[in-house]
Ligand binder design. Structure first.
Ligand code: SF4
Ligand code: SF4
Ligand code: SF4
Ligand code: SF4
Ligand code: SF4
Length: 388
């Protein structure tokens, strides 16, 4: 019997925890990125070897534990199968075989993957900043070049809009008073020399389109209503050479971007279906752990109602916007109050053949669960979650 192999070890490298299995001719590493792990526990339910346990999710995600992890992988129980890599909705796990990222379970054995829809219709997208600003996972790549045009009195931003401007000055009305030229660097009023021969003020109003940002102040200020500035849009996009994309590996399908996009250019379908309920009477308020762990920015503290509007209701200290919730379960795994949060998944959207192993995992993921985090009586630092 060979007692030298397999050899197991675990090490920390920055935000990564690296589990290692050394075989005679192969080294397997399971790499956990703790900066991405939300503590949702889906890997723990998916692991066929029961090698993953949920740790102090709330404490870790709130930064109370500096060198910790929301989940723990037992490197000696792990078979380095890669199921957790496929099932993690937050791209927090990866498998390396002899130093190369590989997933034999997908490449050779067969296993379904999440059926994610994360699309941007580039015809409709105006390349604005909305989706990038609302995305809680930094999954939007907004590659829109900065405008590099004229830089006069900080007018870069206005110039960045693709617009055309037409300027006309009616000679019949203009008295060449010079007011417009005084307030705008795009206008120069050139007077002809005064001569007693004609006795009238004459001249020319010269407009430089490169310096005009179409603000129309000259039109408003002209005492003789001689100026007309027409502004037109050439192109709705900021810059035609730019592109906005969703990096689907980083997307958790929260739909913040799809709901917020002003041009309805985004389609995102969630990977889980189901229901989440917050029970305000069970939440003592003040802890806000779920609010801090939620990876989808779906939990909020409602604005207090005026006493006259309460009608004997229990004031909700915490609430969820179901449009954005991805039913990941991180809040349930971190909430210390029994039954304050109830999560019931009803479907997991996958593509590819549902293998027997996947069907077992799916059955576990669909078990309703409710919050009551408590420490495992046998294992220090391991948390348990209550099934309904
Ligand atoms: Fe596991 Fe969830 Fe963390 Fe991914 S994000 S590693 S599934 S606990
Ligand atoms: Fe479990 Fe497989 Fe992940 Fe190891 S690689 S922790 S056995 S799911
Ligand atoms: Fe703006 Fe929508 Fe385009 Fe995002 S997809 S940049 S929100 S228009
Ligand atoms: Fe970001 Fe959510 Fe949109 Fe995905 S669905 S790109 S995580 S805002
Ligand atoms: Fe996950 Fe939804 Fe809970 Fe946020 S509210 S942690 S998205 S289950």
């Amino acid at each position: 019997m060979n007692t030298l192999f397999p050899k197991y070890s675990k090490r920390q490298d920055g935000c990564f925890t690296i589990m290692e299995q050394k075989l005679l001719k192969q080294v397997n590493n399971l790499v956990q990125d703790n900066s991405k792990c939300t503590g949702c526990g889906i890997c723990s339910e998916a692991c066929p070897e029961e090698a993953i346990s949920i740790g102090p999710v709330g404490a870790y995600r709130r930064g109370a534990i500096e060198y910790g992890s929301p989940i723990q992988v037992d490197e000696t129980k792990c078979s380095y199968c890669g199921v957790c890599v496929v099932m993690c909705p937050f791209n927090a796990m990866s498998l390396e075989i002899d130093g190369e990222a590989k997933l034999p379970i997908l490449e050779k054995e067969g296993f379904p993957v999440y059926d994610m829809v994360t699309e941007i219709d580039h015809e409709k997208c105006s390349q604005c900043t909305t989706c990038e600003d609302v995305c809680p996972r930094e999954a939007i790549i907004r590659d829109v070049p900065l405008f590099e045009g004229t830089d006069i009195f900080g007018l870069k931003k206005a110039e960045a809009v693709n617009a055309n401007t037409e300027f006309t000055c009616n000679d019949e009305k203009c008295t060449y008073c010079g007011l417009c030229g005084e307030i705008c660097q795009a206008i120069d009023v050139v007077r002809k020399p005064f001569t007693p021969e004609t006795g009238v003020l004459d001249g020319e109003v010269i407009w430089n389109k490169d310096f005009c940002d179409g603000c129309q102040i000259c039109q408003s200020i002209c005492p003789n209503e001689a100026i007309e500035v027409k502004r037109g849009k050439i192109e709705k996009k900021l810059n035609n050479s730019g592109l906005v994309e969703i990096e689907s590996e980083e997307c958790c399908t929260c739909r913040w971007c799809a709901i917020s996009c002003p041009t309805e250019a985004i389609t995102v379908n969630k990977i889980f279906e189901g229901e989440i309920t917050f029970n305000p009477s069970k939440c003592p308020g003040g802890c806000s752990t779920c609010y801090e762990v939620c990876p989808a920015n779906a939990i909020y503290m409602p604005t207090p109602k005026a006493p006259a509007d309460m009608h004997n209701e229990v004031e909700a200290k915490i609430a969820v916007n179901k449009d954005f919730c991805v039913l990941c379960g991180a809040c349930v795994n971190s909430c210390p109050s029994e039954d304050a949060i109830v999560l019931k998944r009803t479907a997991v959207h996958m593509k590819g053949k549902k293998t027997d192993l996947f069907k077992k995992i799916e059955a576990k993921l669909l078990v309703p669960r409710t919050s009551k985090v408590r420490e495992d009586k046998d294992v220090f630092g391991k948390a348990q979650v209550k099934a309904l």
